[in-house]
Ligand binder design. Sequence first.
Ligand SMILES: *Cc1c(COP(=O)(O)O)cnc(C)c1O
Length: 318
Amino acid sequence: MNEQSTHPEYVWWKGGMRRWDECTVHVTELGWSTVGAVFEGIRAYTGDAPGELYVFRLREHLERLERSMRLVRFAIDHSVDELIAITLDLLRANDIREDTYIRPLAYAADTSGKRFSQLGTDGELLINTHPMASHLKSGMTQTAKVSSWRRISEDVMPPRIKNLSNYRNSQLASMEARGDGYDTAILLNHQGKVSEGPGACLMLVAGGKVITPDVGSGILESITRDALIQLAREVLGLEVIEREVDRTELYLADEVFTCGTAAEITPIVSIDKYQIGTGEIGAVTRALESVFADVLRGREARFAHWRAPVYAGTPAMT
Ligand SMILES: *Cc1c(COP(=O)(O)O)cnc(C)c1O
């Protein structure tokens, strides 16, 4: 089923669980739920046993939502603990039994016709869910183009948070790349250093080490990136270096992949028509995909604290 043909029974909106078709907003209010919004993208994954569903790093995502809200000066009505409970309740109300994307969106409430820069507006919260299958270990690869668009910088917009307006920047880069016959884009920052892909961070493997642009490179503070850094170090025993990355390092890398909640791990096999490594998915990328999938689906006991079980009878979050 695609997004258009299906919808959940309930969404969380305006402080309560509401039936999907009751959640409407007047068209004149659209600006407030788009330009002025911040959001999260979270995934839930099924486990091996029937009835197992785990939300990946739910607390960290909701903490980042609160940081995003604080940065755009929204009042915060719910504690992170309350938001965790609300999200799990919503998944249960919708009886979700498949890999699912969860999207909380906070926007300025009841502001139609008022100025965009109004201070102290209440943040209205919407949480929606829709099915999203995993492509981890599917063999899917992408080609990439270094974009002529630069990644937004700290002095223009806040790159580290999921601020909806930021995404016009990556959308322009994606459209340019696709128009030129590539699958995706890689954006440089204003210093000409590698920043990230559209909605996904970037890692490369060179000389057996994993290298990723540091948080000062205009990247979003990605929870997947953080998880993969820990898994590469602690499970695969690899050295991981966070630093500025030059464009030419991309072309000479043995392996490149993007990572994020939506991207999971997406291998990049060519950039600006330079073949990356062998042109196939590399060994480190494969190993990380495998351990990451095990963590997401509840097969890796060491990282149980990253999984919030949705249904009773599954091992508790520690
Ligand atoms: C969401 C996002 C990422 C990935 O962050 P995760 O926390 O791993 O989902 C990377 N870059 C941008 C611009 C994003 O919006």
